[in-house]
Design a protein. Structure first.
Length: 235
């Protein structure tokens, strides 16, 4: 029986719709279940958690800075408090029961903030000495090299595979949350992956493996992440 993987979204996504997250879950052995806030027709968090085997926190808009006690930054966009509420509650409960969690882009920020960390709300204006181009663009998939920490789970999974990743974001981890360690950095020291070694599988990446699956020279790296995540939900 295929494990049920809950993936978060602002609006409901059908499992037959073309969607990178749905495609990745299905390709690597999972059954996708779209999780949306109750305001968008979703279920209570407790019900969602009882129905899924793993939690995929996906990309999306900025998290409301009230979550980490900072003032509103003028670069924030697509802030959705209802989605924030759902995702933080999902993650906190998944954390308590040691459910496998994989966070991507916005997802890494949810994981980190939930454990007491906080982000750079905008790399370009808050850390302008960082030299790499991380910022999201309307077209294309910007990419750069990452440096993976030796001995990390990420290193065990991907080794030397395709150190270049598709990475498009204007926020990044600043203060690390409790229990997390850095698993990868960009060459300008922006955090590109975190993990919690005390958990069965708890990995957050700032980059976009769901897009990398569509790039032949980046695919194997991304595939190893989804394979390991979905395998962890059955162990």
């Amino acid at each position: 029986m295929r494990p049920i993987i809950g993936f978060t979204s602002t609006t409901a996504v059908g499992v037959n719709e073309q969607n990178n997250y749905v495609d990745a879950i299905q390709e690597f052995g999972g059954e996708p279940r779209c999780l949306v806030a109750r305001e968008r027709g979703g279920q209570p968090v407790d019900e969602y958690l009882s129905e899924i085997d793993g939690l995929l926190l996906t990309g999306g808009g900025s998290i409301h800075p009230a979550r980490f006690n900072q003032p509103w930054h003028h670069t924030l966009n697509y802030v959705n408090p209802a989605r924030d509420e759902m995702e933080f509650a999902l993650f906190e409960q998944a954390f308590e029961v040691d459910m496998p969690v994989f966070g991507i882009c916005r997802g890494i920020q949810v994981m980190n903030i939930a454990r007491g960390g906080y982000p750079y709300q905008d790399i370009g204006s808050m850390v302008p000495w960082k030299t790499l181009f991380h910022k999201r663009v309307k077209t294309g998939n910007p990419r750069h090299v990452i440096e993976i920490e030796a001995g990390s789970l990420l290193s065990q999974l991907v080794g030397d595979l395709a150190p270049k990743v598709i990475s498009a974001h204007h926020q990044a981890v600043n203060k690390l949350g409790d229990g997390f360690v850095v698993a990868a950095n960009a060459k300008d020291d922006i955090v590109e992956a975190i993990e919690n070694p005390s958990k069965r599988f708890m990995l957050g990446v700032q980059y976009h493996p769901e897009r990398m699956l569509n790039e032949p020279n980046l695919r194997e790296h991304a595939a190893k992440l989804f394979e390991a995540f979905i395998k962890a939900t059955t162990s």
